[in-house]
Design a protein around this ligand. Sequence first.
Ligand SMILES: Cc1ncc(COP(=O)(O)O)c(C=O)c1O
Length: 382
Amino acid sequence: MSMERLRRFIAGPHETPYSVLDIGQVLTAHDRLRACLPATVQFPVKAQPDPALLAALVRRGSDLDVASPREVDLALAAGCPPERISWGNPIRTRAEIGYAHDRGVRTFVADSPQEVRRLAEHAPGSTVVIRLAHDGSGSEWPLSGRFGCDAEQAAVLALDAAGRGLVPTGLTWHVGSQQGDPGQWDTALATAAKVWVRAQEGGLNLTLLNLGGGLPGTYRRPTPDVETYAEAIVTAVHRHFGPAGLPALTVEPGRGLVADAGVTITRVKAVVTRPDGTTYVVTDAGLWNGGLVESLGGIEYRITALDHPAGAPTRAVTICGPTCDSADQLSAREPYRLPRCLTAGDRLAIWSTGAYNSTLAATAFNGLPALTQHVLPAGSTC
Ligand SMILES: Cc1ncc(COP(=O)(O)O)c(C=O)c1O
């Protein structure tokens, strides 16, 4: 979100802690991605389930990826036709599959024989996309381990799905969220190409590659721009799938579309220097009530002081949330630096908190409610 836009918003009487989400900025990021990557966007609802945002993305042409019955409902309420909804989380109960199927959802991801069997039984005739494993190397928030299968098993699952009357169309994976290395899609595509060949040998032609999520938001550690990712991905698709018969591409950017469109505003409750010399800045939005819990996995947000001039002298500080536990502290490989004169009542902006934060914010731990999210409609000046 631009500083100018934020300045206009924070001039209002809003009680901290809160976050602001700029729908217009998400749509701009969506269009920029579409301009450089020839793939259908399938926005993962979990990244930012605000109803107005989902409706705006659907109107813009984005499909939606869901992970639960509640997200099926959110997607339908946003005006997304069921045939444009994909259930990407590969583990569901029979009841959950039935719920989605009854509402017209016909695309499901699977990564195990049990799930293929369950889909055949409770979502007969549906489209199935097989999820490959990826170790999440290069990412700050991996989605490895319990998800996905290897090339051998993926081919077996696809053929088994076809044998059970499902329609296996292709493959998906997740290279890990906040993926800093555009080359990681090449590794995944190399595995996908092996499955392609094995499926063909079994008489099955796959046609779709779902590139998953992983595109980054702008946190402290720099990452390449979206055009660099798109170029690396397109080059890798051509390398592994050849110019003839290129697969259809889908992409599921969560963080990459919404993180930068959000900002969290928090107020300093106290600045405390302990005998070992560490200065703690205690704020009213922390890991739990502010939804900044991804800090535990190593995500480091950019943070600036809003009530001090940019060039004010700074000192190294440890930034903490308001609850009574040591974990409520922002991780920092390099200490944060904030103005020496920072004091109780001053406001901090925690940038790029548009993805995941609003839903991860816990309610009522330590009696502190989750922060409020304000949403700026597209085209509003504030
Ligand atoms: C299936 C699936 N697709 C897409 C995403 C979005 O990932 P990211 O925010 O890294 O783009 C996730 C995140 O958990 C996911 O589980």
